[in-house]
Write a protein that binds this ligand. Structure first.
Ligand code: F6R
Length: 242
């Protein structure tokens, strides 16, 4: 695990973006595993600038997002499909049909999960998986539990997660209670993982995830088992690592 701590946001974003761009330079058909949430937004912004400057192309790349809320109407401002279109896909040359986000409105959610795993199996492995981390140690929407699902599944969101995400919705009641998420097994199949964490409020969970025991009670701790993880932190998130 290679851990880098950044003093300023611009360097954090530029480093994350250049890791992704370098992959696309050497492998234009790269399969990207993408995350939503606030942390990668600056990196997506930097990638858009690089694309506009002719420094990177996504024309042959494909992408698979980690997760999607269940039950938000298509086009809802907080759906992860909308997020990805607005924060990245609409501004770069990726072919929209090569971008994949689980369908949280599928009539049969279990079948949607099976289909998503089959696509990952057929078109993967993911070359570079971007991850954020929840305050409870979740990755994707794999919440702490006595056991974890390996493949894509429907997850019940914990109150801590719904409360953290309530900032994007009119009220806590509007935050969906379920999401489709790639499982920890699918995530760990990626060739390389890029974990992004910002903020003092994440310092404790970063320490638990990166230096604590490997346990399903902190799903991000399972990343310690992966042979190729790059972690980008700001000073707040890294302050307890010593
Ligand atoms: C997003 C996702 C989540 C977030 C995590 C951190 O697709 O799967 O696990 O990465 O909740 O979110 P932020 O970046 O908003 O702190």
């Amino acid at each position: 695990m290679n851990i880098y701590t950044f003093k300023n946001e611009a360097d954090f974003n530029a480093t994350g973006a250049s890791l992704i761009a370098s992959l696309l330079h050497t492998k234009p058909r790269a399969v990207l595993g993408l995350a939503t949430g606030s942390t990668p937004v600056g990196i997506y912004g930097r990638l858009i600038e690089m694309y506009q400057q002719g420094l990177v192309s996504f024309a042959k790349a494909s992408s698979y997002n980690l997760d999607e809320y269940v039950g938000l109407p298509e086009g809802h401002s907080e759906s992860y499909r909308t997020f990805m279109n607005e924060k990245l896909f609409n501004h770069i040359d990726i072919q929209l049909e090569n971008t994949h986000v689980p369908n949280g409105n599928a009539a049969d959610l279990k079948e949607e999960c099976v289909k998503y795993d089959a696509m990952l199996e057929q078109n993967g492995p993911v070359d570079l998986q971007i991850l954020g981390i929840g305050h409870n140690g979740h990755i994707g929407f794999n919440e702490p539990d006595d056991s974890l699902d390996g493949g894509t599944h429907v997850a019940e969101l914990q109150e801590k997660t719904r409360t953290a995400n309530a900032r994007f919705f009119p009220s806590l009641d509007d935050v969906p209670k379920h999401a489709i998420t790639m499982g920890v097994g699918s995530i760990l199949k990626a060739k390389q993982i890029l974990l992004l964490v910002r903020g003092e409020d994440k310092a404790e969970i970063v320490k638990r995830a990166l230096k604590g025991p490997i346990t399903t009670q902190c799903p991000a701790s399972l990343l310690q088992c992966h042979p190729n993880v790059v972690v980008l932190l700001d000073q707040g998130a890294g302050r307890l690592l010593g």
